[in-house]
Design a protein around this ligand. Structure first.
Ligand code: MIC
Ligand code: SF4
Length: 649
């Protein structure tokens, strides 16, 4: 087991209960929370359902950054609810336009050595300054706001040793893409990544944050860097020098696994569709025609990134054959770009300026044309996430994105006919927190505005004695929460579960055939229980608990797969859906859609480490006995038996 690591030190400082042994449940105290609007409305509705008057954390912040298009009243209704519930419950409110939660939190609130739980899977961005920043479902974040500890498994710590420094045109994004090519997006549940080695000193905080941000795609619990003089410099530049605390692994620290990356060997890369671990070198992709380039998202929208982009674009123009769009990560970044003239260079080059927010990263506009290639500096390229069916999106660094914007083709920036610009980030940032509304000392009198599109979380009954299941859907490997619960044009339905449930697994609906929602509702209304069959790495990606709430609303009682990713598994438990595992992978081939899956004495069979015996009943009446397992703790089992966390006293 790892010793003397930053991970271990932070866990020790926040330890509440559990076994400090890899894979065993452990509970830690949460210092700070963050929510964003797309997951936040449910989180605060859940907090209200817990009858909590005021949050118990050191700091909680509610951001509005995802749902900004305001096509119809839903988004603004959400914003009004979020603003008033924040004031009522003692939460800071970052207004729409102020920027992406992770970027703003890094700039204005993150503190080395503290714990942060966020209802967004990219919360580990703040690991760039040595926070233990973890993504979770909204209900887990609501519980943390209510003062309850966060439960996770004691992590296996993967130490990533960085040596040397990056070459010109090679970026932090390439470092995490390189790591994704090694570790891939699956098989890393229950791990944390800690960076160490002399190469750490060559990376700025925004670069470190790019790396920890996209660490989410590894499926690890979080990633973090030590906190050193570079962290201090960053915090001082943000006028927050007092937040600095040094944090380093001991000289003789032991990691459970070590991966060495020679930064000098890292080259420009891309993650090709449809997965962030589908990594290719730019040299192998060069020459492909590009139609669209977008620079932004919580991965690559810092001032440093955009100053580099501005320097590359200055005096040049986006190629006639492409569209180029740029979304700064925060208002601070946008305003500083504007004041130093860099924004003018970007505009003069023909870039389309988007507001500071998630925007196209979550399918809010800028969907690409059919059969074209789009290059994005984002962190996810799951099929259809751009809003275009059959999309082809490569995830790249700002340098590679910009090179393509200039030439119209995938281009290795090292082949450009100009030098890699060096960018000076100012020693003092422009500090203006006007768009962050602090909560009043006593918010109890503040009326919470609840417009008709804000619905309460649906209710669920206790786990039935017999699961009289029917397989509503059978899917393959790497099903993401974007497959389960599409965002894009449906994102505005996040506060309305009955409406949002209608698009569960929409990507699998065949034309002219009933949708998943229709088929699940028939099973439910016949008094039976819906079952989903998956394979490896089920539930990758977003923390959206809607991928559990909506299936629960449609009567789903179990997901059976080879492996279920951490956040999604926790969300399933929170909403009373059993995350079950095939004991024998061969059984996957024995079960088909519309088969029955019966689990007798379900509550009695659920015990820590014990198998669950079930039988498949074929349409012709043939029966096949199968054994299932699970990784649920005693507390998880109690939640499942009660029909979800909100039913537990
Ligand atoms: C994402 O990047 O997929 C999101 C949208 O930020 C999600 C949260 C959500 O679905 O609201 C995430 O990463 O958790
Ligand atoms: Fe927003 Fe995209 Fe970051 Fe998710 S990954 S928080 S949608 S910018």
């Amino acid at each position: 087991m790892a010793k003397g690591t930053v991970v271990q030190k932070i866990i020790d400082n926040h330890y509440i209960s559990g076994d400090k042994e890899i894979g065993k449940p452990v509970a830690i105290r949460i210092d700070q929370t963050l929510t964003q609007d797309a997951t936040g409305t449910m989180a605060y509705l859940e907090l209200e359902a817990m009858k909590i008057d005021r949050v118990k954390t050191e700091l909680s912040v509610s951001y509005v950054d995802h749902n900004m298009m305001q096509n119809g009243p839903e988004n603004r209704n959400d914003h009004l609810y979020l603003q008033t519930v924040a004031a009522n419950k003692g939460v800071y409110f970052s207004r729409p336009g102020n920027g992406i939660c992770h970027q703003v939190h890094l700039e204005r609130f993150g503190v080395p050595g503290k714990t942060l739980l966020g209802s967004d899977s990219h919360t580990p961005t703040n690991g760039g300054i040595g926070m233990m920043a973890i993504g979770a479902g909204g209900l887990d974040v609501a519980l943390a706001m209510a003062g309850q500890p966060f439960r996770m498994v004691y992590p296996k710590v993967i130490g990533v040793k960085l040596i040397n420094k990056l070459s010109p045109w090679c970026a932090a994004k390439d470092v995490i893409l390189h790591l994704l090519s090694i570790l891939t997006t699956r098989g890393n549940v229950g791990c944390m990544v800690e960076y160490f080695g002399e190469g750490v000193k060559s990376l700025t905080v925004p670069e470190r944050a790019t790396i920890t941000n996209m660490g989410a795609e590894l499926g690890v619990t979080t990633s973090l860097f030590p906190s050193d003089e570079i962290t201090e410099e960053f915090l001082v530049s943000q006028g927050r020098g007092e937040a600095y605390a040094a944090l380093a692994a001991d000289a003789d620290a032991e990691y459970d696994q070590v991966i060495e990356i020679d930064l000098a060997e890292v080259v420009p890369m891309a993650a090709c569709s449809p997965s962030p671990d589908n990594i290719e070198k730019i040299t192998d992709l060069a020459g492909q025609k590009v139609d669209q380039i977008i620079i932004g998202s919580c991965t690559n929208s810092s001032l440093q990134d955009l100053l580099k982009v501005a320097a590359m674009l200055k005096g040049r123009r986006a190629n006639d054959s492409v569209t180029l769009a740029i979304a700064p990560g925060s208002r601070q970044v946008m305003e500083m770009l504007a004041r130093c003239g860099a924004l003018a260079d970007i505009i003069a080059a023909g870039a389309r300026i988007l507001e500071a927010g998630c925007g196209p990263c979550i399918g809010q506009g800028q969907s690409p044309a059919n059969d074209t290639l789009t290059l994005r500096t984002f962190n996810r390229n799951f099929a259809g996430r751009t809003g275009t069916k059959g999309d082809n999106a490569y995830l790249v660094s700002p340098e590679v994105a910009c090179a393509a914007a200039l030439t119209g083709f995938v281009t290795d920036p090292r082949e450009l006919d100009f030098e890699c610009p060096t960018v000076e980030v100012p020693a003092e940032f422009l500090i203006n927190d006007d768009m962050i509304i602090p909560p009043p000392a006593d918010g109890s009198g503040i009326e919470i505005i609840r417009k008709p599109t804000i619905g309460n979380p649906p209710e669920n009954g206790p786990l039935p004695e017999v699961i009289d299941g029917e397989v509503v859907l059978k899917v393959g490997d790497k099903i993401t929460t974007d497959h389960i619960m599409p965002a894009g044009i449906h994102l505005k339905l996040r506060s309305n579960i009955p409406a949002y449930s209608q698009v569960v697994f929409e990507c699998f609906t065949e034309e002219g055939k009933p949708s998943f929602a229709e088929r699940a509702a028939v099973v439910r209304d016949n008094g039976k229980h819906g079952i989903i069959i998956g394979r490896d790495s089920y539930g990758q990606g977003s923390s959206r608990e809607h991928a559990a709430i909506c299936p629960m609303y449609l009567g789903i009682k179990a997901v059976v797969a080879f492996a279920i990713e951490r956040i999604h598994s926790a969300n399933l438990i929170n909403f009373g859906i059993m995350p079950l595992i095939f004991a024998d992978h061969a059984d996957y081939d024995k079960i088909e859609e519309n088969d029955k899956l019966v689990i007798e004495n379900a509550p009695a069979q659920l015990a820590v480490g014990a198998p669950v015996e079930a039988k498949i009943v074929k349409p012709n009446g043939d029966e096949v006995a199968i054994t299932l397992t699970h990784k649920m703790s005693e507390e998880d089992i109690a939640i499942i038996k009660a029909g979800g966390r909100l039913n537990c006293a």
